[in-house]
Ligand binder design. Structure first.
Ligand code: NAP
Ligand code: GLV
Length: 308
């Protein structure tokens, strides 16, 4: 049984060492090494081409290098191939750091102070306590839950929204489209950690963002396709929203003349909220291949019909 790896060469080098040391019975090839395509049962990739997939006649599982799987062309993927997203502690740790940084920056008015500094203006803003700032997370999966757990000790009133009902201690949980307005009405800071699917594309639009309380702020760490950019710009200009921290855009990289770059109320980062950590990801992958060999459920398997 053999795994083909087609992504960053530096991560590939680390994976090869870990597979050799800890799972030498699993053949590990990267795309630059000669290999017999008929032996490949597992593919670890970010965005494999249709040609690559078509050339692997015995492929059983496509493992995403990252948490998201929206980069895969599902139509080019034969229906029998199982798809697995990456669940590993490095991704969650990075996301927790970034979402906490963004929430605290918004809570402590960093956007206003960045503007005041440009004008050499000493302009203190009255402090709000964490208990007066409600934070809501869209998406209560692996990452949404990790972020909420990290925010809890600050004392923010927390809520979350998911597709199916979830329960989390200390978090007011909402589920389904009908519950979205009530959820949004109680978010002073909204963090999007949804997967990008047919149902969630464009979900951050005028209709939904207008339901946030006046002065609320947005953190988008999901995908650029969740956000209707012009709606965000209008709501910022109308001061319905006070700011946004955006880690993801559509397209990426964002063109140099895009209005987000220079917008005084937007903090922009180049899709760096979290990154797959090579060592822990290799071990997560090995554990999943072992589950497959044992006929056990695979962690992070995607329901292909659902899109995540
Ligand atoms: P996950 O474990 O699959 O969780 C997804 C969550 O979203 C689940 O709670 C799911 O609801 C909810 N959801 C899906 N569709 C929905 C809908 N139509 N309405 C309401 N809720 C819906 O995913 P994850 O591992 O937490 O990752 C989430 C996303 O984060 C990834 O897909 C990726 O886009 C993004 N990400 C970004 C970065 C970055 O660096 N910016 C890094 C990693 C990941 P249920 O609980 O009911 O299933
Ligand atoms: C990054 O965006 C990921 O999906 O892991």
């Amino acid at each position: 049984m053999t795994l083909l790896y087609t992504s960053d060469p530096e991560r590939g080098r680390i994976w090869r060492e870990i597979f050799a040391a800890e799972a030498s019975d699993i053949g590990f090839f990267d795309a630059s090494q000669p290999h017999d395509p008929a032996t490949i049962r597992y593919l670890a990739a970010w965005a494999p081409s249709a040609e690559l997939i078509a050339g692997l006649p015995n492929l059983e599982i496509l493992f995403s290098i990252g948490a998201g799987i929206d980069q895969f062309d599902m139509n080019a993927l034969p229906p029998h191939i199982r798809v697995v997203r990456m669940i590993e502690p490095g991704i969650a740790a990075g996301m927790v750091e970034y979402a906490t940084m963004a929430a605290l920056a918004l809570h402590r008015n960093l956007i206003d102070y960045r503007e005041a500094q440009k004008d050499a203006r000493w302009a203190p803003i009255k402090l709000k306590s964490a208990g007066e700032r409600r934070i809501g997370v869209m998406g209560l999966g692996n990452l949404g839950q990790a972020v909420l757990k990290a925010l809890a000790p600050f004392g923010f009133p927390l809520s979350g929204w998911s597709r199916s009902p979830r329960a989390m201690e200390g978090v007011t949980c909402h589920a389904g489209e009908a519950a979205l307005p009530d959820f949004l009405a109680a978010c002073d800071i909204l963090i999007c950690l949804l997967p990008l699917t047919d149902e969630t594309r464009g979900i951050l639009c005028r209709k939904t963002l207008s339901l946030l309380p006046r002065g609320a702020a947005l953190v988008n760490v999901g995908r650029g396709g969740h956000l209707v950019e012009q709606d965000l710009l209008s709501l910022l200009d109308e001061a319905h929203l006070s700011g946004a921290v955006l880690d993801v855009t559509d397209p990426e990289p964002l063109p140099a003349d895009h209005p987000f770059w220079a917008h005084p109320r937007i903090i922009l980062t180049p899709h760096v909220a979290s990154m797959t950590r090579a060592d822990s990801a290799a071990r997560a992958l090995i554990a999943n291949i072992r589950r497959h060999q044992a006929g056990a459920p695979i962690e992070g398997e995607v329901a292909r019909g659902r899109g995540y």
